[in-house]
Design a binder for this molecule. Structure first.
Ligand code: HEC
Length: 198
């Protein structure tokens, strides 16, 4: 289904809902509380984050599309055609921003133990702070683990996660369970991890 017909069907659904329910906010209702104020768009599907802000002026719609294109661009190893896409690596996390932010949505953690890191990255730091108060990156690995690399270059390491269920009980007696992740990095390619002084 094309995007415009998808959007049309949402409008129809919306019209049907407001037709029988009455109270749902509509874009034209001046009294409606809009989640994003004037920036609010109406789309309940998985494309909802792909739009520019509702109130973005026409002058910025073109630049928005260009930026969105860069966000979705799959980078490849240089040299390659078409030029302009060949700037991958030498180490990297994903070949595009949208590789992790699918449909401009949030990055997502691995679902279960051992699943690959497709939408998650690990930041690295050692004790201390830089002159601006930011964390200090690891001297060998920098401030982000790059688990992928172009041909002929070792990736920095392989991240993995295992989850432990942490059951608990709310005050009203209802039980819950939260997952506590343990992250492990194997095959470190650039020597020792820096360890805090004992
Ligand atoms: C390896 C996966 C990965 C890649 C590649 C990636 N991101 Fe992210 N990004 C994340 C994760 C995880 C978060 C934190 C969770 C979230 O907000 O999505 C995040 C957060 C963000 C945020 C903050 C979102 C918020 O609501 O606070 C922005 C903005 C962002 N990324 C932009 C980018 C851009 C631009 C690129 C490409 C240059 C990019 N990301 C590439 C995983 C990634």
């Amino acid at each position: 289904m094309s995007r415009s017909s998808t959007r049309l069907s949402y409008w129809l659904m919306f019209a049907a809902l407001t037709g029988c329910g009455g109270a749902s906010p509509t874009p034209s209702d001046p009294n409606a509380a809009l989640l994003g104020g004037d920036t609010t768009i109406f789309d309940f599907g998985d494309e909802a984050f792909n739009y520019p802000l509702k109130n973005l002026s026409i002058d910025y719609r073109g630049p928005f599309q260009i930026g969105d294109g860069v966000f979705n661009r799959n980078w490849v190893t240089a040299p390659a055609t078409p030029q302009g896409n060949d700037a991958l690596g030498p180490t990297y996390n994903a070949v595009s921003c949208s590789g992790c932010h699918f449909n401009n949505g949030r990055g997502a953690p691995p679902q279960k133990d051992g699943d690959p890191f497709l939408g998650l990255l690990l930041r690295l730091s050692i004790p201390g702070a830089d002159p601006h108060g930011a964390p200090l990156g690891d001297p060998n690995y920098g401030d982000q683990l790059n688990q992928n690399a172009i041909l002929g270059v070792p990736a920095e390491g392989t991240p993995s996660v295992s989850y432990a269920e942490m059951p608990g009980t709310y005050a009203d007696g209802e039980s819950y369970s939260l997952r506590s992740p343990t992250y492990t990095i194997s095959n470190p390619a650039s020597g020792r991890w820096s360890r805090p002084a004992a």
